[in-house]
Ligand binder design. Structure first.
Ligand code: GH3
Ligand code: MG
Length: 308
């Protein structure tokens, strides 16, 4: 674990550094307060810090205050190092946001256990962050394909439409639905159907730009959101998606399965105010037309279908 030492006195600094290195810490050194502040502001700043109370320019207590005021995703555990022993000084340090303090000259065994307490706090916080990330992932993604889920892809579309209204420009939506997917399940089983959905998702992701988004809208239906993409480009991408899904059989454990997809494209732009519902409905109408006109094809929503 990385640890910051901020100490202006070279002798104390060297003693401290030697001990921490011996205990297996990866030590970052600051010789004065400003240097420590730089290190604490970095994106990958150490999570543990031992700050000398008395330093020229910025002292340890001021550093504590600054760290606690700044918004960071993770917590920095701070131990103040002080020669002061009066009760009110200690209160000042703790009120400024220090987690613990140690008085000079310190016993190594004491410093060691106090650091262990700090590490425990940091590890607990890491677990919390991880749990929160897992929950966030679960709340926004489809577990089968890893794509955005229904709610999230609609939120993304909503956000992009508001942005387009503010800044101008286009937003396109493509609704895509696998053709005769029921037959895949009926012929090869539900697991094979799941495999086909996964391969479909992967092929779609391989074609889009990284600011485009793909969501699993429903069972075998996908919604693709294309910010800044006009109707012609969206239709061309729809065609590439169609080609990429249908070109090669999908290689899954149950067999080599031939699949095709139908797509409906709708484009919104600033001058023609349109909301999520009307754009999705228009893409859906175009998709329905693609199914009716023989499947394995792309249809584009008309102006009327979008503004209806
Ligand atoms: P069309 O070309 O008109 O879209 O025909 P289709 O067979 O694709 O459409 P239909 O709506 O008749 O059937 C969709 C099938 O998708 C039925 C349902 O069991 C299946 N399905 C939905 N979600 C999943 C899933 O998560 N896994 C699997 N394996 N199948 C699913
Ligand atoms: Mg279908």
């Amino acid at each position: 674990m990385r640890i910051l030492i901020a100490e202006d006195d070279p002798v104390s600094r060297r003693i401290l550094e030697a001990k921490l290195v011996k205990w297996g810490y990866d030590v970052v050194i600051a010789r004065e307060g400003n240097e420590a502040w730089q290190a604490l502001q970095a994106d990958d700043s150490p999570r543990l810090a031992i700050l000398d109370w008395m330093m020229p320019d910025v002292d340890g207590v001021e550093l504590c205050r600054r760290v606690r005021k700044g918004m960071k995703d993770f917590y920095t555990y701070i131990i103040l190092l002080t020669a002061l022993q009066r009760d009110e000084d200690i209160v000042t340090g703790m009120e400024a946001g220090a987690d613990d303090y140690i008085t000079k000259p310190f016993k190594s065994s004491e410093l060691k256990v106090r650091l262990r307490a700090g590490r425990r706090i940091i590890e607990l916080q890491n677990e919390l962050i991880e749990a929160r990330e897992t929950l966030r992932e679960q709340a926004t993604h489809d577990p089968l394909t890893g794509l955005w889920n229904h709610e999230e892809i609609l939120r993304i579309l909503e956000r992009e439409l508001s942005r387009a209204e503010r800044e101008g420009g286009y937003v396109s939506a493509i609704m895509a639905d696998l053709d005769h997917f029921k037959r895949v399940n009926d012929t090869y089983g539900h697991m094979a159907g799941d495999g086909v959905l996964r391969v479909t998702a992967r092929r779609m992701l391989s074609l889009i730009r990284n600011y485009d988004s793909v969501g699993r809208y429903g069972g075998e239906e996908f919604l693709i959101v294309l910010p800044g993409c006009n109707g012609d480009h969206a239709a061309a991408l729809g065609e590439r998606l169609r080609e990429c899904i249908g070109r090669d059989n999908m290689d899954i454990p149950e067999g080599m399965i031939a699949v095709t997809i139908s797509l409906g494209v709708a484009t919104g732009r600033k001058e023609r105010k349109c909301d999520v519902n009307s754009l999705v409905r228009a893409a859906d109408l175009a998709l329905y037309r693609a199914k009716k006109n023989g499947r394995n094809r792309v249809e584009v929503a008309s102006e009327e279908e979008i503004s209806e």
